[in-house]
Each structure stands twice: as structure tokens, then as C-alpha cells.
Design a binder for this molecule. Structure first.
Ligand SMILES: NC(=O)C1=CN([C@@H]2O[C@H](COP(=O)(O)OP(=O)(O)OC[C@H]3O[C@@H](n4cnc5c(N)ncnc54)[C@H](OP(=O)(O)O)[C@@H]3O)[C@@H](O)[C@H]2O)C=CC1
Ligand SMILES: C[C@H]1O[C@H](OP(=O)(O)OP(=O)(O)OC[C@H]2O[C@@H](n3cnc4c(=O)[nH]c(N)nc43)[C@H](O)[C@@H]2O)[C@@H](O)[C@@H](O)C1=O
Length: 324
């Protein structure tokens, strides 16, 4: 099995703009932001495949792709992703698809000589009642949040696989743990999306229809940290250039809001003037998951986009690309 060459003298991520970079999941919220960022930096050799062109759950197809394309770098932003309702409703999909995708891509990347791979997990990997803000070493110290434990287990397995390939093969695989993300090309599905895009769509449709009220799920009391996806893309490039450690790295904004505060903010940005009605039959999920991102800050990276500015940016994108 031909492993990756891991000599320290080979060029860094940013030094060769003609390097072949496979961005898996390039049409998604995160993948599309990473492609925008890499193109803005002048990278000219991105290797991209749609889900239809390459189903990453099919190992033989993934290995043939890597054998033929031999990318130098891989950023793994393909996954089965969804909000609290989707996670709670389709546990088999969330554990099986994500385990298949990440196992196939990480192994094939190693086998076919990729120099460095970045795997994306999520803040949901941490225990439901982890200390706040959550440090990286809180991983596996307590029970997970039941509504997304299947997805969390898959993501934890991805982190462990990257660590195992570094230990056994001295291969440069790293893991980033983003907090809740939002921005252009988000999933605005009425039921399966995350809270921010779900509320943006619901408030927009209510405003257009002249509805008097909008239903928001849960009690509104949970706290969530949000990061604009363009900040995440910047952080991913920073990690590809500057981080090659065994431990995963939190990538957050360090700022949290209650779901009620978020709903009020989205309502204001969209310009809906009706009432909020709370549906407490829907799950709240984890009460709080503010991450401690001081490790990444200590390496020299911090986010730039405020939630308010990010919401305005996302709503203009929504109006140009999604609204019915
Ligand atoms: N969104 C968020 O709030 C957060 C996301 N993350 C992580 O970031 C990464 C990207 O998430 P996000 O961009 O939000 O998700 P999206 O759903 O927006 O994008 C996922 C992408 O993966 C592709 N994909 C899914 N299954 C397959 C498959 N079997 N083969 C090939 N491609 C596939 C999708 O293609 P298609 O749509 O055509 O199926 C889509 O382009 C994930 O690892 C996620 O866990 C982490 C924290 C928060
Ligand atoms: C990124 C992260 O995302 C997920 O975890 P989550 O943060 O709980 O996800 P969420 O964005 O769907 O919900 C956050 C909160 O928002 C409230 N809420 C109100 N109204 C709506 C609403 O209309 N839709 C949704 N989805 N939530 C709503 C809802 O009741 C809950 O209290 C997992 O994928 C997890 O695995 C993960 O990684």
C-alpha cells in the first residue's frame, strides 16, 4: 500500500497555487465557501465532483477516482448534514452515510499519496453537558445529546481515523470542529434545515404572505454559537497551511445567542412584523454548546464576520437565489 510522502521539505499548502486540491462536497454550504476562498487566493487546479458524478459512499468508485486524479490535498466537506429534526428522524442515514463517506475518502487519500487532508466534524461531538466554553479535551467525557448522537458518533470516528493514520503512518490528516454555520448556499429546507436558514425562510414567506405569526420550535432558551461560512473557509485554509497536529481543533466565533435572540434578529433582518409563537412540542436539543476556540486563536486565526452582518449578507443571497 503506497502511503503518502510526508517530508517536511515539500511545499506548504499556500505555496503552490497549481496544486491539485479535491474539495469534497463543493456545492454545499461549506464546500462552496471553500471553493470561493481558494479561487480568490488564485488556486487554479481544484478537483471537483458532484454527488451524482461521484457517490463517496461507494468505496470502489472513490478509489478509482483517487487513482486517476491523485489530488495533492483533500478538504472533506461532503457529509449527510441536517438540523435537529433531520438528525432525530433519520439516525441510520446520519451514522451510515457519514461513516461511509469519511472512511472511504480518508483511506483512499492516504493510499493514493495525498499530502494533507482536512476532515470536518462538528461541535455536536461534545457531551450534552460539557463544561462551557467547551475545550477540545472534553471529547468523550460524557453522554452525547440524544437528538444527534448518531451523527456525533460518526464524526468522532472521523477524528479518531485521522489520528490513527497519523500515528501508524505518520500521515498529515487533521480535523476541524466548526460550530453552527450559516451563509450562502445553506440548506433552507422547511423541516430538515438548521435553525438559522429555517427561520429566515419562514419569516420571509410570512412577510410575503402578510401572516400575523410565525411558529418557532422549542422554548427559545437554548444557546447557540454561530459562525459565517466564509469565516470557516478562511479558518480551513489557515489550518491547511499552519496546523498539523494530532488533536482536533475547535473553529468557533466565541459568541452565543439564545434561540429567542436569534429569532428576533432574523425577524428584524427579514423585516417580518408579526408575532412569534413557540412550539414546545419540538426538541430544544443541547442547552448550550459554546466552544473554546482559543487553541486556534493562539495559532493566529480569528473570525471577522459579525452575526448581524452575516445575517444581512445571507438574506440578500437568499433573495437573489432562493425565494419563491
Ligand atoms: N452546516 C453546519 O452548521 C455545520 C456543518 N459542519 C460540517 O461541515 C461539512 C459540510 O456541511 P454543509 O456544507 O453544511 O453540508 P451541505 O449539506 O450543505 O453540503 C454537503 C455536501 O456533501 C455532498 N454529499 C452528501 N452526500 C454525498 C455523497 N454520498 N457523495 C458525494 N457527495 C455527497 C452534498 O451533495 P448533494 O447535496 O448533491 O447531496 C453536498 O454538496 C460537514 O462535514 C458537516 O458535518 C460542521 C458544523 C456545522
Ligand atoms: C450544527 C449542529 O446542528 C444540529 O444541532 P442544533 O444546533 O441543535 O441544530 P438546529 O440548528 O437544527 O437547532 C438549534 C435549535 O434551534 C431551535 N429551532 C427553533 N426553530 C427551529 C427551526 O425551525 N428549525 C430548526 N432546525 N431548529 C429550530 C431548535 O429547537 C434547537 O433548540 C445538529 O446537526 C448537530 O449535529 C450539529 O452539528
Amino acid at each position: 500500500m503506497s502511503g503518502a510522502n510526508n517530508d517536511a521539505t515539500s511545499p506548504s499548502f499556500l505555496s503552490d497555487k497549481s496544486a491539485r486540491i479535491f474539495v469534497a462536497g463543493h456545492r454545499g454550504l461549506v464546500g462552496s465557501a471553500i471553493v470561493r476562498k481558494l479561487q480568490a487566493l488564485g488556486f487554479t487546479n481544484l478537483v471537483l465532483r458532484t454527488h451524482v458524478e461521484l457517490d463517496l459512499t461507494r468505496q470502489a468508485d472513490v478509489e478509482s477516482f483517487f487513482a486517476a486524479e491523485k489530488p495533492r490535498f483533500v478538504i472533506l466537506a461532503a457529509a449527510k448534514v441536517g438540523g435537529i429534526h433531520a438528525n432525530n428522524t433519520y439516525p441510520a442515514d446520519f451514522i451510515a452515510v457519514n461513516l461511509q463517506i469519511q472512511t472511504n475518502v480518508i483511506h483512499a487519500a492516504y493510499r493514493f499519496g495525498v499530502k494533507k487532508l482536512l476532515f470536518l466534524g462538528s461541535s455536536c461531538i461534545y457531551p450534552k453537558f460539557a463544561p462551557q466554553p467547551i475545550p477540545e479535551n472534553a471529547l468523550l467525557t460524557g453522554p452525547l445529546e440524544p437528538t444527534n448522537e448518531w451523527y456525533a458518533i460518526a464524526k468522532i470516528a472521523g477524528i479518531k481515523m485521522c489520528q490513527a493514520y497519523r500515528i501508524q503512518y505518520n500521515w498529515d490528516a487533521i480535523s476541524g470542529m466548526p460550530t453552527n454555520l450559516y451563509g450562502p448556499h445553506d440548506n433552507f429546507h422547511p423541516e430538515n434545515s438548521h435553525v438559522l436558514p429555517a427561520l429566515m425562510r419562514r419569516f420571509h414567506e410570512a412577510k410575503v404572505k402578510g401572516a400575523e405569526e410565525v411558529v418557532v420550535w422549542g422554548t427559545g432558551s437554548p444557546l447557540r454559537e454561530f459562525l459565517h461560512v466564509d469565516d470557516l473557509a478562511d479558518g480551513v485554509v489557515f489550518m491547511m497551511e499552519s496546523y498539523s497536529g494530532l488533536e482536533h481543533v475547535n473553529v468557533g466565533s466565541g459568541k452565543e445567542v439564545t434561540i429567542k435572540e436569534l429569532a428576533e434578529l432574523v425577524k428584524e433582518v427579514v423585516g417580518f412584523e408579526g408575532r412569534l409563537v413557540w412550539d414546545s412540542t419540538k426538541p430544544d436539543g443541547t442547552p448550550r454548546k459554546l466552544m473554546d476556540s482559543s487553541k486556534l486563536a493562539g495559532l493566529g486565526w480569528t473570525p471577522k464576520i459579525s452575526l448581524k452582518d452575516g445575517l444581512v449578507d445571507t438574506y440578500s443571497w437568499y433573495l437573489e437565489n432562493v425565494k419563491q
